[in-house]
Design a protein around this ligand. Structure first.
Ligand code: BTN
Length: 238
């Protein structure tokens, strides 16, 4: 696979989108040491200072839009497996595709539809120290270094992740999906928890029951009715 490394980019997502439009090979990776306008889900930005994090995107060709949620979930699972094998500590998943370590966010994943395919971006906090994190995420985020004292090389981390993702993607959208879903639910930190969700500007309360076959989040409302969300965020869980 091709890996293109840049010292600095506005966002690795944009370059990967451009490559997708120009017909670049599926799986090509765009990696940057820092991003000046790294972006996250729901219109947020992604804190991307130099040397501290691993920020990369890759393109996948020929993926119908309705399969994207499944790719997002599979990506989170693959990254979780790679991190555990490299760092040796258990990580959890939070719908749709966050990875948490000790209850704090360690990895963010952004899945965007592009020219006939998808661009998937992954941001990992590798060696930020707590006092370097912006105030508004200091309580919610962590880094590998902060949580474990370890500082794995980013190149090695990237390689492990790409190796973990390949077999998962090969089995999508169908063959390996039920296996992915089963492991996902086992690692889901909010499974069975009372949660507060926001979606499309509305708040919902309920008990989270994990992603369903299509990758939507299922939850049970206080009166027992089951509902599903296709996008949004879990704000609180207990
Ligand atoms: C989120 O949790 O909101 C998703 C964050 C995704 C961040 C990564 S960093 C590499 C890639 N480039 C971006 O601009 N964003 C993604």
């Amino acid at each position: 696979k091709r890996i293109l490394f840049f010292k600095e980019l506005p966002s690795t997502q944009d370059i990967a989108h451009r490559l997708l439009r120009y017909g670049e090979l599926s799986g090509t990776v765009v990696w940057a040491d820092r991003q000046s306008s790294g972006r996250g889900r729901l219109g947020r930005s992604w804190f991307s200072p130099p040397h501290r994090g691993l920020y990369f995107s890759f393109l996948l060709k020929d993926i119908p839009e309705e399969d994207l949620p499944r790719y997002g979930l599979a990506t989170a699972l693959g990254v979780a497996r790679a991190l555990e094998s490299l760092v040796g500590v258990p990580v959890h998943l939070k719908w749709p595709n966050d990875i948490l370590l000790q209850g704090r966010k360690l990895v963010g994943i952004l899945v965007e539809a592009g020219a006939g395919g998808a661009v998937i971006g992954i941001g990992i906090n590798v060696s930020h120290r707590r006092q370097e994190l912006p105030e508004e995420i200091r309580k919610k985020a962590t880094s590998i270094l902060e949580a474990t004292g370890l500082k794995p090389s980013r190149a090695r981390l990237l390689r492990h992740i790409l190796e973990a993702l390949e077999p998962l993607y090969e089995g999508l959208p169908h063959e390996r999906w039920s296996e992915i879903l089963t492991e996902w639910r086992q690692r889901d930190i909010t499974y069975g928890a009372r949660v507060i969700l926001v979606s499309g500007g509305r708040r919902h309360k309920g008990v989270a029951l994990g992603p369903d076959e299509e990758g939507f989040l299922v939850f049970k409302e206080p009166l027992g009715k089951l509902r599903r969300l296709h996008s949004g965020e879990i704000l609180l869980w207990e």
